[in-house]
Design a protein. Structure first.
Length: 578
C-alpha cells in the first residue's frame, strides 16, 4: 500500500491510496477512523501508466454504507482507492489491508470461449461470411450469464445474452448483421454480478453483402382439370362427392386452393415438373369455383389463377349428404381407427382428434395401408422431427417416393396405374378413395436399410428371410445387433448362428454375439461360420485375401461372389468305424 495523499490527482479534499498486486486474488480493506458515511471508491489503470481521472476504470464503490471494501484485484493493474468525498485532515483516518471475507463472492468467472460460428444455413464461418444471421456457440462456467459483444467500425455493442447450461454450453443467434468488419467476443457474469476479467477469444470476421432477396412472385398456377372416381369431368358436372383437382405451377412451389373466398387446402406440394394435385373431402351438392395461388421457396405468393375451374356437384337421388371432412383427414379412416382401437371407441372421442393428439405418437395406424412403425423406421428423418407421419406422407412423402407401409408401394401403384400417375395424384389417397372400389391391385413395398450395414449383415437377405422385420421396416443391422443374433437369425446366407454356437461352445457359454466374435477372433482362429463356408480353405485358395489380412467371409460377400471365386464348404471328418 502506497501512502495516501491529499488531492493525489483528483479534487481537493480527497485522499487517495494506490497499490499494484502481483497476482489475481480477492482483496479487502477496512477504514480505521473514518465514519461509515465516507465513500470508498476503487478505480484502476494498467500498471506503469501515468494515471488521469478520465482514464481510470471503475472497479467498485461502497456508496458510503460500510467502513470496508472488498473486490477482486488483477495482476498488471494499479488500483486507486479514493477515501472521503469531503475535506478531511490528512491522517484523520487510516486504511488497512485485511483478509477477504469468504462469504462475499468477488471472484469473477472464467472467460467464456467461442467454439463455433455458423451462418443461417448452418455452415461454419471463420474469417468471412455473408451479412444476415450468425449463431455463436461455446462454453462458459455453468449457470453464468454469457454476454456476446461486437464491434463494428469502432462502436461496441452488446449483441445478446444467455445463461450457460448445466454442462456449460451456450448459444446466441444474432439477426440482421449488416456488411462490415467485425470483432466479436464474449464475457461471463455470475450470480453475484462478477464479470470475467477478460473476454473470450476475439474473432475478426468480415461480413459481405449477400445476394439480393428474391422478391419476384411466381407465375400464377393453372388448374388443368377435375376428376372423380369415374374419370375426368368433361362437362363440369360430377355425380361423385370427392374430386381430384390437378394443375401446374412453378416447380417446387406450394399451392393454396380456394373455393371462391374459402380456403380448401394449403401447402400442396408441386413436384420437380411443377405438377400438383389435391383430393377434396366429400363435397355437398352445389356449385364450386376453384382457384389457386402458388408460393415459391422465397415465400413470394403469385396472383390468383386467372381462370376458375367451375364444377357442379350433382349427386344421384338417395345419396346421403356428406359430412364435411377437414383436409387434414385425408388418408384417415375413422371406421378402421375405431375398430382397431376399442378404447377410443369406448371413450366416445372423435377418432381424428384422438389420432392427431395422441394416436400417431402411440403408434396407432390411421388406415389399413399406413403403418406408423414402418414409416418411421424407414424414414429416420421423419422420426427425428417428431411429426405426424401420415401428414408428412400426404404432403411430402409420396412425392419423394416414400412408401406408407410394407404392403403398399406408392411407386409401383403409379407405375401400374398410368392414369393416376399422369394426374399427379397421391397413390395411397387414390387407392383409398377410388382404387379399392375399382378393383385396382396393390403392390408390396421393398424396405431399405436406413444406415450403414455392419460387416456380414446382408440387408436384402435379412429382409427376405425375416418378413416380420421387413414388415416393420427396421434397419437390418440394428435389428440383428439388438435382437437378431439372440433369436438365432442368420445375418447372411453363409453365417449359420446355430452352427457357429454348436461348434464353438466357449462362444455360446460367453453369451456374446457370434458374428462379432467371428470378426474379431473366430476367423483368425480358423473357425468356420457355417458348414457351407470353410475359413481355412477359402484363405488357402485365395492367397491375396490371406496376405491382406481380410476377413474371408466378408471378402467373399463383398467381392468374392462377384469375382466368381469358388466357395469351399467345410469337410466333416469321416468317423473311424474300425
Amino acid at each position: 500500500m502506497q501512502p495516501g495523499e491529499v488531492n493525489y490527482f483528483g479534487a481537493a479534499g480527497t485522499v487517495w491510496y494506490s497499490f499494484t498486486p502481483t497476482e489475481n486474488a480477492p482483496v479487502a480493506f477496512s477504514l480505521g477512523n473514518a465514519p461509515v458515511t465516507n465513500s470508498v471508491i476503487v478505480q484502476s489503470a494498467p500498471a506503469g501508466t501515468v494515471p488521469s481521472v478520465g482514464g481510470l476504470q471503475a472497479v467498485t464503490n461502497n456508496g458510503g454504507s460500510a467502513p470496508a471494501v472488498q473486490f477482486f484485484a488483477q495482476a498488471g493493474q494499479t488500483y486507486y482507492i479514493q477515501v472521503g468525498s469531503t475535506a478531511e485532515a490528512l491522517g484523520a483516518f487510516s486504511i488497512a489491508s485485511v483478509p477477504p471475507d469468504p462469504a462475499i463472492d468477488v471472484t469473477p468467472p472464467a472467460a467464456p470461449a467461442i467454439v463455433a460460428v455458423t451462418d443461417a444455413d448452418g455452415d461454419a464461418v471463420t474469417t468471412t461470411g455473408v451479412a444476415g444471421a450468425l449463431t455463436f456457440s461455446g462454453t462458459a462456467e455453468p449457470g453464468s450469464i454469457v454476454v456476446l459483444k461486437g464491434n463494428l467500425d469502432g462502436v461496441d455493442a452488446d449483441l445478446g445474452s444467455v445463461e450457460a447450461g448445466a454442462e456449460g454450453n451456450w448459444s446466441i443467434t444474432v439477426e440482421n448483421l449488416v456488411a462490415g468488419v467485425y470483432s466479436f467476443g464474449a464475457v461471463a457474469r455470475d450470480d453475484a454480478g462478477n464479470q470475467s476479467l477478460t473476454s473470450s477469444n476475439l474473432l475478426a470476421i468480415t461480413l459481405e453483402a449477400g445476394p439480393e432477396p428474391d422478391t419476384t412472385p411466381p407465375e400464377p398456377p393453372v388448374i388443368l382439370a377435375a376428376a372423380n372416381s369415374e374419370g375426368p369431368i368433361g362437362d363440369g358436372v360430377s355425380t361423385q362427392p370427392v374430386l381430384i383437382i390437378t394443375g401446374t405451377a412453378e416447380p417446387l412451389s406450394t399451392i393454396t386452393l380456394f373455393n371462391g373466398e374459402e380456403t380448401l387446402a394449403t401447402g400442396i406440394a408441386t413436384n420437380a415438373e411443377g405438377n400438383w394435385s389435391f383430393t377434396t373431402a366429400a363435397l355437398s351438392e352445389g356449385s364450386y369455383s376453384f382457384t389457386a395461388v402458388a408460393t415459391d421457396a422465397a415465400g413470394n405468393p403469385s396472383t390468383t389463377s386467372p381462370t376458375p375451374l367451375v364444377v357442379e356437384v350433382d349427386l344421384p337421388d338417395g345419396t346421403p349428404t356428406p359430412t364435411p371432412i377437414p383436409t387434414e383427414a385425408l388418408g384417415f379412416d375413422a371406421e378402421y381407427y375405431l375398430a382397431m382401437n376399442p378404447d377410443v371407441a369406448a371413450a366416445g372421442v372423435d377418432p381424428l382428434a384422438h389420432y392427431t393428439e395422441f394416436g400417431w405418437q402411440e403408434g396407432r395406424d390411421p388406415n389399413a395401408l399406413f403403418d406408423i412403425s414402418y414409416y418411421l423406421n424407414q424414414n429416420p428423418d421423419v422420426a427425428a422431427a417428431q411429426i405426424d407421419p401420415l401428414a408428412h406422407y400426404i404432403e411430402f412423402g409420396w412425392v419423394e417416393g416414400r412408401d406408407p407401409s410394407y404392403i403398399f408401394s406408392g411407386d409401383l401403384y403409379l407405375e401400374n396405374n398410368v392414369d393416376v400417375a399422369e394426374a399427379g395424384v397421391n397413390p395411397l389417397v387414390h387407392y383409398l378413395y377410388f382404387g379399392s372400389t375399382e378393383g385396382r391391385d396393390t403392390f408390396q413395398a421393398t424396405p431399405e436399410a436406413t444406415g450403414p450395414q455392419a460387416p456380414l449383415v446382408d440387408a436384402q437377405f435379412y429382409f427376405q428371410n425375416n418378413p416380420d422385420v421387413a414388415k416393420e421396416g427396421v434397419d437390418p443391422s440394428r435389428h440383428f445387433a439388438e435382437f437378431g443374433w439372440q433369436e438365432g437369425r442368420d445375418p447372411n446366407a453363409f453365417f449359420d448362428i446355430e452352427y457357429y454356437l454348436a461348434n464353438n461352445v466357449d462362444v455360446a457359454e460367453a453369451g456374446i454375439n457370434p458374428v462379432q466374435h467371428y470378426l474379431e477372433y473366430g476367423a483368425g482362429e480358423g473357425r468356420d461360420p457355417s458348414a457351407a463356408f470353410s475359413t481355412e480353405d477359402y484363405l488357402a485358395a485365395n492367397v491375396d485375401v490371406a496376405e491382406a489380412g481380410v476377413n474371408p467371409l466378408q471378402h467373399y460377400l463383398e467381392f468374392g461372389i462377384a469375382e466368381g471365386r469358388p466357395l469351399a464348404p467345410v469337410v466333416e471328418p469321416v468317423p473311424d468305424l474300425v
